[in-house]
Design a protein around this ligand. Structure first.
Ligand SMILES: [Zn+2]
Ligand SMILES: [Zn+2]
Length: 281
C-alpha cells in the first residue's frame, strides 16, 4: 500500500446534516443505503456472507461512523472487498484515506476521474450563484482540492465490469463530473445513480435537512457540463430502473421512480439546469 495518500489542504469537517444522518435503509436484501450527514454511501452484498463492496466514502471525518455502520451490517471486523467511487467530490471521498488504511483495500473509479483522485487536478470551483438555497450558497467552503490516493486507486475495467460485483455493470454518466459512473444490475434493474440525478433538492438546506423526497438533477453548484448531464439522465432513464439509490436523498422505486425519472429526462432543462450560473451557457 502506498503511504503517500493525502487530502487537499482545504480538507475539513462540513457542519451540515440531515435527519437521516446515521441511519440506514435496506433497499434490497443485498443493497443498503446509509446516510452520512448529507450524503449516502451504499453497501452492496448479502450480509449473510462477507462478500460485499462499498460504494463511495462519505463526508470528511466520517470514517469511524462508516466503519461502525459496515460492522453493524456485516459483522465485527468485516471489510469490503473494495471501494467503488461514483465520482471524486469531497462528499463522496470524505473518509476514504482512513478507510483504505483501516481495511487495506483497493479503490476503483472511472479513468477520467483519476486526476482528481491522484492529486493532479482540482475540480472547477463550485458556483454559489445558482438558485436553490443555502447549500449552494455554502458551496465555496467545500473542499475543492484533489485528494491523492496514489496507487491505491485503479481505473475501472474498460469492459464495463465491476470488480467483485459480477452482476453489475458500470455506466459512464458524465456531466456532474467528467468521470462519474452509475452501477446497474440487469436482472432486477437496480441502479446506483451517484449524483447523476438525486432524490432531494440538494441546493436547499431545508430540503436536505428534512430529506423531502423529490427527484432532481445533479447538485447544481458542482455540475459543470449541463449538456452531458442531461444525456446521462436520459441514458439512465432508458434503463428503466425499478429501484434507484442516489448520492443524496432517499431511495426511490417502482412507479414513483419510473414516472419521476421519465419526467426529469423529458424536462431536464426546465427541472434541473440552473437559469443562471457560471457553467450555464
Ligand atoms: Zn457530486
Ligand atoms: Zn454528492
Amino acid at each position: 500500500m502506498d503511504k503517500q495518500m493525502n487530502y487537499g489542504s482545504d480538507y475539513k469537517y462540513i457542519p451540515a446534516t440531515s435527519k437521516e444522518s446515521g441511519s440506514g435503509i435496506e433497499v434490497l436484501p443485498d443493497l443498503y443505503n446509509y446516510t452520512v450527514q448529507i450524503v449516502n454511501i451504499h453497501m452492496i452484498g448479502d450480509p449473510k456472507t462477507s462478500d460485499f463492496v462499498l460504494v463511495d466514502a462519505g463526508m470528511p471525518h466520517s470514517a469511524k461512523d462508516i466503519i461502525s455502520a459496515v460492522e453493524k451490517r456485516f459483522g465485527t471486523d468485516s471489510r469490503p472487498k473494495a471501494i467503488i467511487l461514483t465520482h471524486g467530490h469531497f462528499d463522496h471521498v470524505g473518509a476514504i484515506i482512513e478507510l483504505v488504511e483501516h481495511w487495506q483495500i483497493p479503490v476503483y473509479a472511472h479513468e477520467l476521474e483519476m486526476p482528481y483522485l491522484t492529486g493532479e487536478r482540482s475540480y472547477p470551483k463550485p458556483d454559489p450563484s445558482v438558485e436553490g438555497g443555502m447549500v449552494a450558497k455554502m458551496s465555496p467552503m467545500f473542499p475543492n482540492e484533489p485528494i491523492n490516493l496514489g496507487n491505491n486507486v485503479k481505473p475501472l475495467p474498460a469492459d464495463g465490469s465491476v470488480p467483485y460485483l459480477p452482476e453489475f455493470k458500470w455506466i459512464h454518466t458524465p456531466g456532474h463530473t467528467p468521470g462519474q459512473i452509475a452501477l446497474f444490475r440487469e436482472n432486477d434493474r437496480a441502479l446506483v445513480a451517484g449524483d447523476a440525478f438525486v432524490t432531494v433538492k440538494q441546493e436547499s438546506l431545508y430540503k436536505v435537512i428534512t430529506q423531502e423526497q423529490e427527484i432532481s438533477g445533479p447538485p447544481k453548484y458542482l455540475t459543470t457540463d449541463w449538456k452531458a448531464a442531461k444525456e446521462s439522465v436520459i441514458k439512465l432513464a432508458s434503463l428503466k430502473p425499478t429501484v434507484a439509490v442516489t448520492g443524496h436523498g432517499l431511495p426511490m422505486s417502482g412507479e414513483l421512480l419510473k414516472k419521476n425519472l421519465k419526467t426529469l429526462a423529458e424536462n431536464f432543462d426546465d427541472m434541473a439546469k440552473p437559469e443562471h450560473g457560471k457553467y450555464v451557457n
